[in-house]
Design a binder for this molecule. Sequence first.
Ligand SMILES: CC(C)(COP(=O)(O)OP(=O)(O)OC[C@H]1O[C@@H](n2cnc3c(N)ncnc32)[C@H](O)[C@@H]1OP(=O)(O)O)[C@@H](O)C(=O)NCCC(=O)NCCS
Length: 296
Amino acid sequence: MKITYKLCRENDLIPAFKMVRGSMNHLRKSTGKEPLRYRVRRYPEVIHLYNNDQKRFWCAWDGKKIIGFTGALLRGKQWYLAFLFVHPRYQNKGVGRELLKRVWMNAPGMTHSLSTFAYNVQAVGIYSKFGMAPLCALPVMEIKLDKLQRPVPSDLKASTTITRQDIAWINQLEAKIRGYSRPQEWRFWSKQDEIQIYLFRNKGQRVGYSMAHKKWGVIAPAGAVTNDYLTKIVTDTIGLIKTSEKSIRLYCPTNNLNLYRYLIGMGFRILEMDLFLSDKPYADFQRYLPAQLAIF
Ligand SMILES: CC(C)(COP(=O)(O)OP(=O)(O)OC[C@H]1O[C@@H](n2cnc3c(N)ncnc32)[C@H](O)[C@@H]1OP(=O)(O)O)[C@@H](O)C(=O)NCCC(=O)NCCS
């Protein structure tokens, strides 16, 4: 078997994501979970990441078949692994490690991070070999809308008219609470019809933001100047979100005890346990609720 490694072309993304679906469902089945049934399509979110980080997207091939795929992002000195998947028949043969080596970047002060499934010890193991360790649990939490008692709004004022100055403020806040800002993501998110950005003020002063995906019913990311404000902002977003889904989902870092306990008390259920891994402490989870896992 001769495996070759090539930079990913845009046309490779659809076959690569079909392989990702197979690899993920193999893992789900082998750990007693229902497979995910979805049609792979040209996801704008993935094209956005690919366009920004083309040099960090690689495929492994066996002849004409994609059998491995990875994509990593670089924001400031933050390296983040968005995807790493190997076809089940080719796992445990060094393909994942080779792909990881190809997208790995190092420089003084650089952080390396990712989120992965707690139930895949092999994935946690391979990342640990690269120096990253699980720093925090990241449960996927969900509440069905028919079980949700819409929370009483806080005293904050939410705005959906988001100006350039607001986005600049969000970027400055994220530099503090995440370690690095990501203007390219905010430019992209601001233009998506399915995404609603909220900016929150207290007595006229900006105190935080949140983002809600109307189609998926996902709240992520959210950030605030203090932990108290973050809980209020998530509460208010749960009250405000308009979604065609039957539930609301988010990823709550368990070391944000206030928010985690609050969500559990409100009736959120844990769907799946994911982990956040990093080689340096990164992101202040008291003030930051992560974005979707491919991007954090
Ligand atoms: C996780 C995955 C990408 C790894 O790719 P792979 O090609 O199977 O892995 P490799 O053969 O390159 O590397 C295996 C390494 O993992 C490490 N490893 C495996 N199991 C381990 C364990 N239980 N504990 C610690 N380390 C472990 C070892 O370092 C091993 O290398 P070694 O045997 O030479 O020491 C692949 O198995 C996969 O796609 N899994 C399903 C999807 C998934 O979970 N993806 C991660 C999403 S972020």
